[in-house]
Design a protein around this ligand. Structure first.
Ligand code: CP
Length: 349
């Protein structure tokens, strides 16, 4: 078992000044990773999302909190759930939304990322929501935009997907209550290439989850994963035994280099979640998946569509969680000595 004293990064780096995600007052300015953020901020995201949940069930799904703000979705990589729920979240907060279609933008004519950013910044926007295939892209953008612009990481390479992790935490809290200390959470699949797994592990540990497990073949586990404060298993049934939450991951074939797996069929035989295998988890265990799911590869259809699955709830909760992150970052009081010309790549303000 993991020594709990090594698990929480909260006390060490939760409020360090170098964390560019926080402003001088300790409020969330950018949301780039769950790593290094303290329990207080993560719980604030979850509590704020809870306050927005009922808006999404009303006849008129709109509040004026971000009226007059402009949010730009910059997706350099494919997305269904994240892009659409960010757009819906922004619209439900009454913000104006620009979706830049990268495949038809001037980047296809050789314009650099920085030049694209500076041009969009010159249109007086307030937030970039960024998905990129390169790890670190969102940090790079946050370091190069005007000081008044917030950057939200919508997934960068195999590094981080913080809003996905927080909607996953929200789903767990809704189903299992706010005391994560009692929970055994098992993350199953391609941990090596998964930005979702990394962000989930940081968030679960910051929320003091009792037992965080990762389950995968050795070829799909990063070297030294134990240092992230998880218990490691190579056998699926041993790993999900008595789990409260089973989080399945897709094989990220687009990020695999070389032959890491014999075949999808063999993978399913060893690591695919079936109703029979799920019997070793707790009888009220929930099954999660960030999507997109590959039926018959990491999960059987009977489980994905079955009574334990909360996969579509995760998608719905994504709207509330993204509304929370947007209001927290854009609704901040201006910093006392916030100078918008500092770090101003576009010089537009
Ligand atoms: N979970 C997730 O990031 O899905 P999309 O790739 O469809 O956004």
């Amino acid at each position: 078992m993991v020594n709990k004293a090594t698990k929480s990064t909260d006390a060490l780096i939760g409020h360090d000044a170098w964390n560019i995600q926080l402003d001088k007052n300790g409020h969330l300015k950018h949301f780039l990773t769950t790593e290094g953020l303290g329990t207080e901020i993560l719980n604030q995201i979850l509590d704020t999302a809870e306050s927005f949940a009922n808006i999404n069930e009303k006849k008129v799904k709109k509040v004026p909190l971000l009226r007059g703000k402009t949010i730009v979705n910059l997706f350099f990589e494919a997305s269904t759930r994240t892009r659409t729920t960010f757009e819906l979240a922004a619209k439900r907060l009454s913000a104006d939304v620009l979706n830049i279609n990268i495949s038809t933008s001037a980047t296809s004519k050789g314009e650099t990322l920085l030049d694209t950013l500076q041009n969009i910044q010159a249109m007086h926007c307030d937030m970039f929501v960024v998905r990129h295939s390169d790890s670190g892209a969102a940090h790079y953008i946050a370091n190069n935009v005007a000081a008044n612009i917030s950057v939200i990481n919508a997934g960068d390479g195999s590094h981080a997907h913080p809003t996905q992790a927080m909607l996953d935490m929200f789903t767990i809290r809704r189903n299992k209550g706010a005391n994560f200390g009692n929970l055994r959470v098992a993350i199953v699949g391609d941990i090596l290439h998964s930005r979702v797994a990394r962000s989930q592990i940081h968030a679960l540990n910051t929320l003091n989850t009792g037992d965080v497990r990762v389950i995968a073949p050795k070829t799909l586990l990063p070297v030294g994963i134990e240092s992230m404060g998880v218990n490691v298993f190579n056998d699926l049934e041993a790993g999900i035994k008595d789990a409260d939450v089973v989080m399945m991951l897709r094989l990220q074939k687009e990020r695999m280099q070389g032959a890491l797996l014999p075949s999808e069929q063999e993978y399913f035989q060893l690591y695919g979640l079936t109703e029979e295998r799920l019997r070793v988890a707790k009888s009220d265990a929930i099954v999660m998946h960030p999507g997109p799911i590959n039926r018959g590869v990491e999960i059987d259809s009977n489980v994905a569509d079955g009574p334990r699955s909360v996969i579509l709830d995760q998608v719905s909760y994504g709207i509330s969680v993204r509304m929370a992150v947007m209001t927290m970052t854009l609704g901040r009081e201006p910093e006392t000595n916030d100078n918008p010309t500092v770090n101003n790549a576009g010089g537009n303000r």
